[in-house]
Design a protein around this ligand. Sequence first.
Ligand code: SF4
Length: 381
Amino acid sequence: MLESSRYSGDNRLLGEVLMIYQQPLPSPYPALDAAALTERILAAKAKLGDQAVVLTHHYQRPEIVALGDMRGDSLKLAQFAASQEKAKYIVYCGVHFMAESADILKRGQQVVVLPDMGAGCDMADMADSDDVELAWDELVGVLGHESIMPVTYINSTAALKAFVGRKGGVVCTSSNAENIVRWSLEQRKALFFFPDQHLGRNTCKRLGFTPESMVLWKPGVPLGGQAPERLKDSRIFLWQGHCPVHAMFTLKQIHVLRSENPDIKIITHPECPMEVVDASDAVGSTEFIVKTIAESAAGSHWAVGTEMNLVNRIAQENPTKKIVSLNRFMCLCGTMNRIDLAHLAWAMDSIVAGQPVNVITVGEPQRSLARASLDRMLQMS
Ligand code: SF4
């Protein structure tokens, strides 16, 4: 029998408190308007030149993207920063796990700065590494073997990537998940996929597994809330995490839009629930969504199932096409949008002053272990 104290969640709470701590912005930033803040950021960029690179994720606010040196998904941005030989500072306009990945993949002594420490990721926070360790021990205890491949989506903490690295597992992205999962199941009998149940389920379904054959592991509950017999019967274990932004898309929205617009095409991200993905015309990563719509014919009509800042930008960049959100009441990713002009100006000025704030550092041995799980993926890509 497992001790109930192992399920207390105390460590997770402490981690959350530490991660969301962001000191109030000092004067004069809160009082400056957008024009003054933009001027300050441009002045700092001019002073730093190629010593600093500003990365902006696809889901960032438009005014932040306009000031960036590179826009993209988390892996592309981290790799771009590492390729910049002269860039001593990486200013990451994204969320915490992305800045961690940039720190893990960085070149030499580069310094990674996250303008607002409150920019976390709800999905990444759903897979606390202590809970994962506990789940792993329990699953191994029931299966009676260690032949389980841990795979984590890149949208996860460095601590989880390190756990996966230590167990010989691998990271995946939404672009390469299918290849990585296929490879994993060739290496070992079973797969434990973290932290996004939807990406895991959608990927395994494409590989021929039925949804009923997959086990959903509830964190914080003994044996993930499953009977031992059920665990013994399965090869696919999905951590019960999700992205609150992509969970907002439903099958009903697709039915309503299609009934009103017979010509409309539905394109969604694989972080969406399975029934939404199954009913879509196209499914893929943010880069895939951007490219597919850009290459579609003038006059095309698309409903897009992903974050709202990106949907708005795609609409702006494709003026000859009609682009709407799949969810007409869609919200932004709240944590991603914590990065604003005031925090970026503060972060840039701190670098110019030689005292960078909000430096993200992944310590050893976590860095090397997390790097191993990322390198395994990069070797296969
Ligand atoms: S959109 Fe979802 S997965 Fe991406 S940063 Fe926001 S909460 Fe995390």
